[in-house]
Design a protein around this ligand. Structure first.
Ligand code: NAP
Ligand code: HSE
Length: 571
């Protein structure tokens, strides 16, 4: 996934707090990544405040008690629980392609006052947060810990990570979101049998204190009320939530969560990655079919034979809500995409070749607040290029764009610079899962051209046929010459109102695009008002692409939830 950097306007900010109800163990990390990515896709800068995994704090306190009763040493040991989950979440974000920076209490001088094991935050240096957010990085920060007046580690007591989140939200002027295993406060426990209770869309502090005890610590609510800072209670992947704060409480109908039935077309790098991730959330998704060329090979690798099929019609016969197309190429993908849409399914595709070839057919399905077709992964992998473009286009006329949009070519050029031969570099990109089924699509520049045409069409402009050139046998010599001149050879896709092209360019070393490494993608957008918007992250590979596809699936789930809530309100 990616992040947005470099805008001259201050992007909205969110502090998201992940407690041990949603980060029970490392297995939950990809879903925390998914929630962070959802905010990044909407153009927010995110600080993720992290608690220790479930049971970890108690285990560390017990270990400390076994060996002595020094409070400072206990605090140092117990703080290790938060550091562990913070480091693992940072790694999971990076793997998913979301640029992230781990900051620790000491690096931001998070000063506390009061008892070592029950302190309260008193001051913070926001400069390191500002720098990381400006550079387009998600910040991951351990909750619950600080630095006492004597420089020793301190703990913020029970519910301490909530206090960290509230404190940072106040100092960074950000929304404060507590990410929970329930999507808000309800008039009564929604897990109990009986008709679905209503959810508070808004709750005053008093109402939240009355009904929210099991979901939010009273200490958190008291602290937020004293600071006059509203907070949101949300669940991963849910559209509804409760906002606590203000003068009024109001209830709204809330639909019970419904599992999405998903059929996968393709089980390769992308489809296989999506399948693995969907298995991790049986409460949200049910895979009802998977279409491949060679079912026997997939069954031999452990894929349930009953799910496997070879054509779109057998997948549609299983009545999926959503079809995920990750086949590659134009035929039969474009025809199958159309069949799924005509059958009434929602569709996610990662296939830029099919979209670019039949854009006029698919464009009506891509439009509107609740589109029937979503295709985030088709351009930029986990880098939210289409979303950033749409947001900027909603605010100003976009007059130009330039980007590194093919991960394979960028990876190969990097490896040439490291002295690896062209053939070997291409084989590496293939085995890492970056390359197209036919890597000639990447090397020739055609894949970048498909992405460029989708970006331009998303602006409602057309780029008549444009020049496309990529990597060939002469490229190693050009790369060496560029490097000798202190420049970086990059495959750059460019569009402005005069025309478009895809070409190798020897960029100055301080050009922002020149900094893209390995399979990273970068896109720079120019607004008519002078604004420059930048977005970057991992553009290819299993984890980043699956992250973008799943974000589209979660958006479909949220559309369904909103429609069901509206229907129950009307009933
Ligand atoms: P892949 O690893 O080659 O997987 C393709 C899958 O589709 C395989 O499971 C294959 O079945 C199946 N398939 C292909 N043609 C088929 C047909 N005619 N009938 C039935 N099944 C068929 O490709 P990939 O890398 O996952 O790429 C898939 C799509 O995602 C492409 O459009 C690509 O451009 C896009 N994409 C890829 C990445 C990336 O980093 N790889 C990133 C963004 C977007 P078998 O397994 O039986 O061969
Ligand atoms: N082959 C593509 C690339 C995959 O290398 O960028 C991501 O679209």
């Amino acid at each position: 996934m990616g992040q947005v950097a470099g805008s001259q306007r201050r992007a909205p900010r969110a502090v998201l707090k992940f407690g041990s109800s949603v980060l029970r163990s490392p297995a939950d990390l990809p879903w925390a990544v998914q929630e962070i990515y959802a905010h990044v896709r909407r153009g927010e800068r995110v600080v993720a405040v992290v608690s220790a995994f479930a049971g970890r704090t108690d285990a560390l306190y017990a270990a400390a008690r076994e060996h002595g009763d020094c409070e400072r040493a206990t605090a140092a040991l117990v703080a290790g629980g938060e550091l562990e989950s913070t480091a693992l979440l940072t790694l999971a974000l990076e793997r998913a392609g979301v640029p992230a920076r781990l900051l620790e209490a000491r690096a931001v001088s998070l000063a506390t006052r009061g008892p070592v094991l029950d302190a309260e935050p008193a001051g913070v240096d926001v400069a390191p947060f500002e720098a990381a957010l400006r550079a387009g990085r998600v910040v991951v920060f351990p909750g619950f810990c600080g630095v006492g007046e004597d420089g020793a580690t301190t703990l913020l007591g029970r519910g301490g990570s909530d206090l960290t989140a509230l404190f940072l939200a106040e100092h960074l002027d950000a929304r404060c979101v507590l990410v929970k295993d329930v999507d808000g406060l309800y008039e009564r426990d929604p897990a109990l049998p009986g008709p679905r209770p209503r959810r508070y869309a808004r709750a005053t502090w008093e109402e939240a204190l009355r009904v929210g005890g099991k979901v939010v610590q009273p200490k958190t609510l008291h602290t937020a009320r004293l600071a006059g800072r509203a907070l949101e209670i949300r669940a991963i992947g849910a559209s509804g939530y409760t906002r606590v704060g203000g003068e009024l409480s109001c209830l709204e109908p809330a639909a019970a969560p419904r599992r999405l039935r998903v059929a996968l077309l393709g089980l390769g790098t992308v489809g296989g990655g999506v399948y693995e991730r969907l298995l991790g959330r049986p409460d949200l998704f049910e895979v009802v079919g998977a279409v491949v060329r060679d079912p026997a090979r997939h069954a031999a690798r452990g894929m349930p034979a009953a799910l496997l099929a070879t054509g779109v019609w057998s997948a549609l016969a299983r009545e999926p809500d959503v079809v995920v197309e990750a086949l590659g190429g134009v035929d039969p993908a474009a025809e199958w995409l159309q069949a799924a849409l005509l059958a009434g399914c929602r569709v996610v595709t990662a296939n830029k070749a099919a979209l670019a070839a039949h854009y006029d057919t698919f464009a009506p399905f891509l439009q509107g607040a609740a589109p029937r077709l979503r295709a985030s992964a088709a351009v930029g992998g986990a880098v939210p290029m289409l979303e950033t473009l749409a947001r900027l286009a909603g605010e100003t006329r976009v007059v130009g764009l330039r980007g590194v949009v093919n991960g394979t070519c960028n990876y190969v050029l990097d490896r040439l610079a490291a002295g690896v031969a062209l053939d070997a570099a291409v084989r590496e990109a293939q085995s890492a899962g970056y390359a197209e089924p036919d890597p000639g699509f990447d090397l020739s520049g055609r894949d970048a051209a498909h992405k460029l045409s989708l970006l331009v069409r998303a602006l409602d402009r057309t780029a008549a046929s444009f020049a496309v050139a990529g990597i060939d046998a002469d490229t190693p010599a050009r790369e060496a010459a560029a490097r000798a001149a202190g420049r970086r050879l990059k495959l750059v896709a460019t569009w402005d109102e005069r025309g478009a092209r895809v070409a190798l360019e020897a960029l100055a070393a301080d050009d922002w695009l020149a900094g893209a490494t390995a399979e990273e993608n970068r896109l720079e957008l120019q607004g008519a008002d002078g604004r420059v918007e930048r977005v970057h992250g991992r553009g290819a590979g299993r984890a980043p692409t699956a992250t973008a596809v799943i974000a589209d699936l979660l958006d479909f789930a949220a559309d369904g939830e909103r429609a069901a809530a509206a229907a129950s309100a009307a009933a």
